[in-house]
Write a protein that binds this ligand. Structure first.
Ligand SMILES: [Zn+2]
Length: 366
């Protein structure tokens, strides 16, 4: 009888949560989907409410991969879609996804700071038609996204960072003294909407493609976001992001890098990650040719290969080809793709699963 009452209570709670489309559970589920060096990260709260951060690249490949994750999570709508910034590897498949599943709330940083035709046309002609029947919010640092059971904080947006520390954060950041500025980034990357999400004692940071000098603005002289358990590595693991002031100060126990075959995972980023205090493991979406054998993680931590697998792994990290160079394109990966699945508990423990090989690791209660 007590069990029956428990079930009824859970059922009532589930029905009472507005927007909940997936059966209530006890854990926070996170899917980091392979969109080939773009971003699509899905959060499903214990209430069943969902947040998708970014929609990968345009086209059927990434649309199908994101839809597969939504289906696996049992979702029939996306409660909140955060678009971190207006680059094609982050908003690419939005229109196609919106044509397949209702999106109830669109969140972004406002207009692009760039002049490329595609994002400008998308923002002028397409985006307004997508949010016309739901809701759009342009967020500021310090804003929250309303999700039952989670504390979802926006920590960066439109080039601005939090000016006061989140609860429990604000410690001096010793890495700031060693920080060397890079050239200022005039691209939309620097405008990225960054989130820090707290579920009980579990915390995760996802800062989109936020770049180097903006990391300093957020993290120095004091660390205003505090420490986390899981770090979704910024900007696919590129070395124009991921400075020590961020990567070392947040003291993550696990990092998931949404890199491509030849995008992100450069030696300097890998060294910063490997030297991070308390970081136990880096999980890479792909083997990165820019990591090479020298800097890559063991294959068991890598989720995806390419369609035509090479027989040997290059030892030397490859230098990223300059933009517009005549270097051959990276190997194709249009076949079966695998996501990383994270299941986090309110006590702060969490499990990361590589769905390619079934390898899973649990990070215990601190
Ligand atoms: Zn990107």
């Amino acid at each position: 009888m007590r069990a029956l009452i428990g079930c009824l209570t859970m059922l009532i709670l589930w029905v009472a949560v507005p927007g909940a489309q997936s059966p209530a559970g006890k854990s926070l589920q996170i899917y980091v989907v392979d969109v080939e060096g773009g971003n699509a990260t899905l959060f499903v709260a214990p209430s069943g409410q969902s947040v998708l951060i970014d929609t990968g690249n345009a086209g059927a490949r990434d649309t199908d991969r994101i839809m597969a994750a939504l289906k696996d999570a049992g979702l029939t709508q996306i409660d909140h879609l955060i678009t971190t910034h207006w680059h094609g590897d982050h908003f690419g498949a939005m229109e196609e996804i919106a044509g397949r599943i209702p999106i109830r709330h669109f969140i972004d940083h406002g207009p692009t700071v760039e002049t490329q035709a595609r994002p400008v046309a998308f923002l002028k002609d397409t985006y307004p038609t997508l949010y016309a029947k739901s809701k759009r919010t342009v967020v500021q640092p310090g804003d929250t996204v309303p999700i039952t059971g989670l504390d979802w904080r926006i920590v960066t947006s439109a080039g601005k960072a939090l000016t006061s520390a989140l609860a429990g954060a604000g410690a001096a950041n010793p890495a700031c003294a060693r920080f060397t500025r890079q050239a200022d980034d005039a691209s939309d990357n620097a405008q990225s909407v960054g989130s820090v999400v707290t579920f009980g004692r579990f915390r995760v940071a996802h800062l989109g493609d936020l770049t180097w000098n903006k990391e300093f603005d957020l993290m120095c002289p004091s660390n205003r976001i505090g420490t986390v358990d899981l770090h979704i590595v910024s900007h696919h693991g590129l070395d124009v992001s991921n400075s020590e002031v961020l990567v070392h100060a947040i003291q993550a126990r696990a990092a998931i890098m949404n890199n491509g075959v030849r995008k992100g995972g450069q030696p300097s980023t890998m060294k910063t990650l490997y030297a991070a205090p308390r970081l136990l493991d880096v999980w890479q979406m792909h083997f990165s040719q820019l990591s090479g054998q020298e800097y890559t993680v063991p294959g068991v931590f890598i989720a995806n290969s390419v369609d035509d697998q090479p027989s040997a792994m290059p030892i030397e990290p490859m230098a990223p080809p300059p933009a517009g160079s005549s270097a051959p394109p990276p190997p194709v990966h249009s076949g079966q793709a695998y996501w990383f699945k994270v299941s986090a508990q309110a006590d702060g423990s969490f499990t990361v699963t590589n769905t390619r090989n079934g390898f899973a690791k649990t990070y215990a209660v601190k």
